[in-house]
Design a protein around this ligand. Structure first.
Ligand code: GDP
Length: 279
């Protein structure tokens, strides 16, 4: 009996392999659920899953060709291709503004982790390797969605920037790549990725100016602001204009890449490759 019992104990107590995760953020309606479904099932001929309105993030397990992530496609069946698979979790977070704080809180540590909601790994803690911030490039075109989208992105980037200063001793926190996925490029009204980038940068700059003015009005002195570390000033000091490149100083590397989940367009391959190279 003992060997059987031991075997049983061993097989149930095998430590879960904790996969790295990629955190999927963005305003409601950007296409996060659609993307998750696409990556999980391959090209979408089936109806899309309903936007997930739950209050907890949902993770799916994905595999990417680890022999050559750059040639990887989410459409490839890795088992058939005989490739070595690298597994990771894509964690779709609720986009509702009231629930954002909990998404941001996850990024607010030197070694950000997220508790996986997968039953199969027992809710193990997974290391966050990258952030995908999805935006609706068609909604951004008419300007209405720009302020709220940029507010959310500002908070994400500022959290990552502050995290840089929360270094433990001399060890800097791991760098955090951020992909701004400009979605819905199948729609002819959508802004191309380059314009999504410049519009977001301009709006982030406006928010930065408004927030620092708010701080000045509230009695925080110029010196405190210049000290920078605790302030809400996003990006490098002394720059008039905000650009994503300023985030490099804090090891936050931002890329803006266009694509689409449904319809005809550049598709989602570039996003998949970006993720594959970072997990
Ligand atoms: P979420 O709130 O970010 O999870 O957004 P959803 O995934 O629920 O998508 C919101 C809406 O946008 C749905 O009606 C999707 O079908 C639609 N959608 C998602 N991706 C695309 C896309 O690439 N192109 C178009 N035209 N619509 C999309």
């Amino acid at each position: 009996l003992a060997p059987i019992l031991l075997h049983f104990l061993y097989s149930t107590a095998t430590p879960y392999t904790t996969l790295p995760s990629v955190l999927l953020l963005g305003p409601p309606g950007a296409g996060k659920t659609a993307l998750t479904t696409l990556f999980e099932r391959g090209p979408l001929d089936l109806p899309l899953a309903k936007t997930h309105t739950s209050q907890v993030p949902s993770s799916i397990e994905l595999s990417i060709n680890s022999d050559d992530p750059s040639s990887a496609s989410y459409k490839t069946n890795l088992d058939e291709a005989g490739a070595t698979a690298k597994k990771f979790l894509l964690v779709d977070t609720p986009g509702h503004p009231k629930l954002r704080a909990s998404s941001l809180a996850r990024l607010n540590s030197a070694e950000p982790t997220i508790k996986s909601s997968l039953v199969s790994d027992g809710g193990a803690k997974s290391k966050i390797k990258a952030v995908v911030f999805m935006v609706d490039a068609a909604a951004l075109a008419d300007g209405d969605a720009l302020p709220s989208t940029a507010e959310y992105l500002y908070d994400v980037l500022l959290t990552l920037q502050k995290r840089f200063h929360s270094r433990n001793g001399s060890r800097a926190p791991a760098s955090m790549p951020v992909l701004v996925a400009a979605n819905k490029l199948d729609l002819f009204t959508a802004l191309p990725a380059a314009l999504v980038k410049s519009n977001l940068e301009a709006e982030l700059g406006r928010i930065r100016a408004a927030r620092s003015k708010g701080l000045l009005d509230s009695g925080v002195g110029q010196d405190d602001l210049a000290a920078g570390e605790e302030g809400d000033w996003l990006g490098g000091d002394g720059s008039e204009k905000f650009s994503f490149a300023q985030m490099m100083e804090f090891d936050v590397d931002v890329d803006v890449i266009g694509g689409n989940v449904t319809g005809d367009g550049p598709g989602a391959e570039k996003w998949w490759k970006w993720i594959g190279e970072r997990v």
